[in-house]
Ligand binder design. Structure first.
Ligand code: ADP
Length: 450
């Protein structure tokens, strides 16, 4: 079992390398709580040091006032004792020790204290504290000492006789920091609760993220499959072209033969028409794939559209006549437009071809007009028309109007989608105006070349 651990690791490493979102997720899971923790700690330590600063200032003020008072009345212990007790009464919670020592004859004698029993006795303890005062004169000194598991501040200050300038006594105040520490502790606890909820929320997010990772992997697979499908269709379409070209070639040769019976000539024409249809279908399929993959190339040129329109009209004359339709182009002098000429031809073949296909009787007319530096080519038919509802989806992939009028007409629903994509790619616009039962106008427009 242990032998497999390295293989689990390498599999995990491979998976993480192929799906970088995982690393991102783990990174978030670690970094966000750490960031909260660090900022929480910073905030708490600032809050605590502020609280301590305030406390220091309070004790300092207390000391200043008392020393000021005591410096001229060291010989009035009763007054000092009374003052101490009054101060204690006002700071019941925090002051644990408050005493005045006289330094008469080099000995430290307690002359006033909250602990009345030690009044009159020598204070033998805390040498290190008092020595500090001896060196520094009347400066204040603070020591942190633990008392019964609580943090205490012992603050000492020399009392200098105002007249003689001699260090005549020492003031010692001990304040409990229990309340400051309790507030800090409370804050730390709340910060940890908060952190716990953040980690919980992030873990829930992670679970969701795990789903997202699944979807991403799935999406990648789908993309690969989609790509394979496109590649296969492209390949198949290209392969279909070769035998079709052969069939068309032989049909062409046959149709040129002099000793062909009328029936056979007609059959040959049918073969050629079917080959053309198949070729058009293959072109559509390849175009759909090229457009989907952004691989369609455009050979843009500044051209006059008239010859292209005329050629397309010409190519449809026979089919239109067969159907009894009148097809015409109202020729005009046109300004140049910037398009891929072959693509423009293809779009016109599609739109004019549709007009003939969906017009049982009447006419298909092409006009071109220029307005506000835009050239519009309009293909107008007197066919079955398209309802306002169907017009909304007309340029979507695979859309075909389903009605009695269209049920016998074959098509893929790709032509207009391709036309719209190609027109847009060439900087033009395509639109439709139609009344159901009356006819349809398709308009393609491009900016005029200046
Ligand atoms: P199809 O291969 O079906 O013709 P298109 O994308 O070229 O595909 O057209 C989409 C649909 O738009 C057609 O199926 C038809 O219902 C409708 N349509 C296109 N041109 C016309 C037109 N001139 N008159 C009426 N309907 C049209």
């Amino acid at each position: 079992m242990f032998k497999r651990i390295p293989s689990y690791f390498s599999q995990g490493f491979l998976f993480a390398r192929n799906n970088p979102q995982i690393i991102y997720t783990i990174f978030l899971i670690i970094v966000i709580p750490l960031a909260f923790l660090a900022s929480g700690q910073k905030f708490l330590s600032v809050a605590k040091s502020n609280q301590e600063r305030l406390e220091k200032e309070r004790v300092g003020v207390m000391q200043d006032i008392f020393v000021e008072l005591a410096s001229s009345r060291m010989n009035e212990p009763a007054f000092l004792q009374e003052s101490i007790e009054r101060i204690k009464a006002q700071n019941e919670q925090s002051i644990s020790e408050f005493k005045v020592l006289s330094l008469d004859g080099g000995k430290r004698t307690v002359i006033a204290s909250l602990n009345k029993e030690e009044v009159g006795t020598a204070d033998e303890n805390n040498d290190f504290i008092y020595n500090e005062v001896g060196v520094k004169g009347d400066s204040s000194k603070l020591f942190t000492v633990p008392v019964n598991g609580e943090r205490h501040w012992n603050v000492v200050r020399g009392i200098v006789d105002r007249e003689t300038g001699v260090l005549s006594g020492i003031l010692l105040i001990s304040v409990s920091m229990a309340s400051v520490d309790a507030i800090a502790m409370q804050n730390i606890r709340s910060a940890y609760y908060f952190l716990f909820f953040i980690v919980l929320a992030i873990s829930i997010l992670l679970l969701r993220q795990a789903k997202i990772i699944d979807y991403t992997v799935l999406y990648k697979k789908l993309q690969d499959i989609d790509q394979m499908k496109d590649d296969f269709i492209s390949m198949a379409a290209h392969e279909l072209r070769t035998p079709l070209t052969v069939v068309k070639g032989y049909a062409d040769m046959l149709s040129e033969s002099q000793n062909l019976k009328d029936d056979d000539r007609e059959n040959t024409t049918r073969i050629m028409a079917s080959v053309d249809q198949l070729n058009a279908l293959i072109t559509d399929v390849l175009d759909v794939i090229r457009l989907g993959q952004g691989r369609m190339t455009f050979n843009m040129a500044s051209i006059n559209a008239t010859p292209i329109i005329e050629k397309v009209i010409e190519s449809f004359q026979y089919v239109a006549r067969e159907k009894g339709l009148e097809i015409s182009y109202e020729k005009k002098d046109l300004p140049n437009i910037n398009v891929d000429p072959e693509k423009l031809r293809q779009i016109l073949v599609n739109i004019i071809g549709n007009s003939i296909k969906y017009t049982p009787s009447g006419s298909v007319k092409v006009f071109a007009e220029t307005e506000h530096s835009i050239l519009s080519i309009r293909v107008r038919d007197t066919g079955i028309g398209i309802s306002a509802e169907d017009q909304k989806s007309l340029f979507s992939k695979f859309f075909r109007v389903r009605s009695k009028d269209t049920e016998d007409i074959r098509g893929t629903g790709l032509g207009l989608w391709i036309a719209a994509q190609v027109v847009n790619n060439m900087g033009g616009k395509i639109s439709v105006e139609s009344i159901k039962g009356k006819g349809t106008d398709f308009v393609i427009s491009f900016p005029v070349v200046k």
